[in-house]
Write a protein that binds this ligand. Structure first.
Ligand code: 5GP
Ligand code: MN
Length: 339
């Protein structure tokens, strides 16, 4: 975002506006943290603001300040659509194309409100009036910090905003360890702690509130782990039956793919999760170093994301999806073995 855009947005926000903030479908820590962080900032700046999420999100995010104000589009469709139609400004956070919002796609693309994108995914679509897109950023939460700072309002960042933004930086960086974590990221996190984010409590709320069933499901996933040494790849499967057995709840499989990536010498990891309701296999891909799972997912699994973390889907059966994955690996062997 250039200086001129910053000035225009300052001007735009200098009078009270009706604002809607939207993250991607199946929102994660960065999506909820960034939308609520921005929400608190805009409320403090005296606007009328609503966070509208496409659908439900994990319980381990349901304590974040402002959580109770979130409206879910799938259960409150009319109310959400009315707010979108009436909005002066729509902030779209943590996604790069309207189709990433699922059923909100059409109402968002039809809206003539001013759109402001804040996002760090690769290859963003060109729908936004103001586009703040930076693929080098660790998280959308880090970008919201920069956004508020650019508007000259860093002094407005309080404990609630800090807590929200800390969550997304923490979850999207794998607790400050992925390649995207820079010294600047740490400086911002330090600021957030100074302004009131309780880091120990946040980690505890997000990572140490597991149900017994969730850990049993993890055990099942680890028993299903397969390794393909010649491709330096590993993958995990979870069938609908297995999810059912352990009383699967939204968010229970979050982070499981990282166990496959934690294997020594593994560069590429995948998890294939059967979703009979949606009629798809949900795929999460992770990598180490320069191997791009964004490109792999775009080429073969109708998805995308970042170099080291991407999502995708398959309309084949679980078995056939895994077979497809195994069949395409040899074409990546050279890249994987050069890492
Ligand atoms: P996850 O595997 O956790 O669902 O997603 C990993 C990363 O890729 C997240 O940043 C997520 O937003 C992004 N992602 C997941 N699915 C898609 C997709 O279909 N398209 C794009 N562009 N990004 C995705
Ligand atoms: Mn993100």
């Amino acid at each position: 975002m250039n200086r001129q855009d910053t000035e225009s947005i300052k001007q735009l926000l200098s009078t009270k506006k009706k604002i809607v903030i939207v993250p991607h479908k199946n929102p994660d820590g960065d999506a909820i943290g960034s939308t609520l962080g921005l929400y608190h900032y805009l409320i403090k700046s005296n606007h009328q603001v609503n966070v509208l999420v496409p659908n439900d999100y994990p319980t381990f995010l349901k304590w974040i300040p402002g959580n109770d104000t979130i409206l879910k589009h799938d259960s409150k469709t009319k109310e959400c659509n009315a707010l979108i139609e009436d909005a002066d400004i729509i902030f779209t956070l943590d996604f790069n194309a309207f189709h990433r919002t699922g059923n909100m796609e059409s109402i968002l693309s039809e809206s003539d409100a001013i759109k402001i994108m804040i996002d760090h995914h690769q290859m963003p679509d060109d729908y936004a009036t103001y586009m703040f897109s930076d693929v080098s950023m660790s998280s959308t939460c880090e970008m919201v910090y920069h956004f508020i700072d650019m508007l000259g309002d860093a002094n407005l960042i309080d404990a609630d905003i800090s807590t929200c933004l800390y969550v997304g930086i923490m979850t999207d960086t794998g607790s400050f360890r992925f390649l995207s974590t820079t010294s600047r990221t740490h400086q911002i996190v330090a600021q957030l702690i100074e302004k009131g984010a309780n880091n120990t409590e946040i980690h505890n709320n997000v990572y140490d509130t597991n149900s017994y069933n969730r850990l049993q499901l993890l055990g099942c996933a680890l028993r299903n782990l397969k390794v393909i040494p010649e491709s330096r790849a590993a993958y995990i499967t979870l069938s609908q039956e297995e999810l059912h057995k352990y009383d699967y709840k939204k968010g229970d499989t979050e982070g499981v793919v990282n166990y496959a990536l934690s294997l020594k010498n593994t560069i590429l990891a995948a998890i294939f999760i059967e979703d009979k309701q949606e009629g798809i296999i949900k795929i999460s891909l992770r990598s180490k170093g320069h191997f791009s799972v964004n490109e792999l997912s775009r080429a073969h699994f109708c998805g995308g994301g970042h170099t080291n973390a991407a999502g995708g889907k398959s309309y084949l059966s679980l078995k056939d999806t895994v077979a497809k994955f195994i069949s395409i690996l040899p074409s990546y062997n050279k890249a994987l073995n050069n890492e």
